[in-house]
Design a protein around this ligand. Sequence first.
Ligand code: PLP
Length: 375
Amino acid sequence: MRPEALAAMTAELGTVGNPSSLHSSGRRARRVVEESREAIAAVLGVSAGDVVFTSGGTEADNLAVKGLYRARRAADGRRTRVLASSVEHHAVLDPVEHLGAAEGAEVEWLEVDHVGRLRTDLLEKRLLGDPSSVALVTVMWANNEVGTTQPIAEVAALCAEHGVPLHTDAVQALGALEVDASTVDSLAVSAHKVGGPHGVGALVLRRGLALEPLLHGGGQERDVRSGTLDAPSIAGFAAAVLASEADRAVRTARVRRLRDDLVARVSAAIDGVTRNGDPVDNLPGIAHLSFDGCAGDALLLLLDAAGVECSRGSACSAGVPRPSHVLLAMGLDPSTAMSSLRFSLGHTSRASDVDRLLEVLPGAVARARRAGPSR
Ligand code: PLP
């Protein structure tokens, strides 16, 4: 966690007060929540009333996808189509699949090109077909595996033109790119991606957009998300958002230089390395590489033993021995997909970390290649 977030959260953990209580302690906690909401809203370019606190990105995505689908379909039974990019995080992918399997949604996976960028021409064709049958479109702002950023402004313009709400998962984009949530109808963010605590996030939801809640109870958060608010985590979230926005330009330029150096040096030192994702429009801290002829898992464990921690595919679904759906959607064959690793850099990364990787990676790749590729 960023020190600012840790300080804000621990200060709050020592106090009492439920933000929904009317007594003095409750009103004090409410003030912390509302000031945090205002700070986060200002960074995202929306008004405070648009921000709904959740338990994180996964809940925000579920709330948007299921909530918008159910509300839009209830208002008009013909709205059964859900258009979702084929490179979404599982927090979007799985609720979309659930709607298809259990609630009669007709799911259409939107194509991406070989760098993982959405084919907006094909989205437009699908919208033109029959916009009144579309419940929602969901396209992430930036991809968590390969780092490719999506043409969200163009997608938003297409959706607005056809009167279809757009949800975007901006969990990876916040803190890395400029995120203007006022350009979309619904947007998910998560505190732990910007140096805040785990287990808190938000859905930014345009006022007036009908959405069926997932949780029913005390009616907190505009009746959209019942449950006692976690004031300490929310305070830590806001402090992290403010700190990461304050140093975003300088930090991301530094991280981008480190990442570019990592990719150049690894490519020069080792044969058979391919970089995945958009080489220009991407997240600054992600280097996603395929290593011909070695199993990504084996390489990951060899690197871990040498003190270098990285991920195979999405960290959130690591451990599941399947090629990444993102890489398959980009057209990689399954065996190349299984020989890929994601190296992530953040605000604590230093040049010495890249040096250390270069010390151990060539030997680890040679060993993993002797063991052979994944079957
Ligand atoms: N969406 C994306 C793109 C992510 O990278 C993640 C987590 O890694 C999530 C959603 C889930 O967010 P959370 O961990 O806050 O539930």
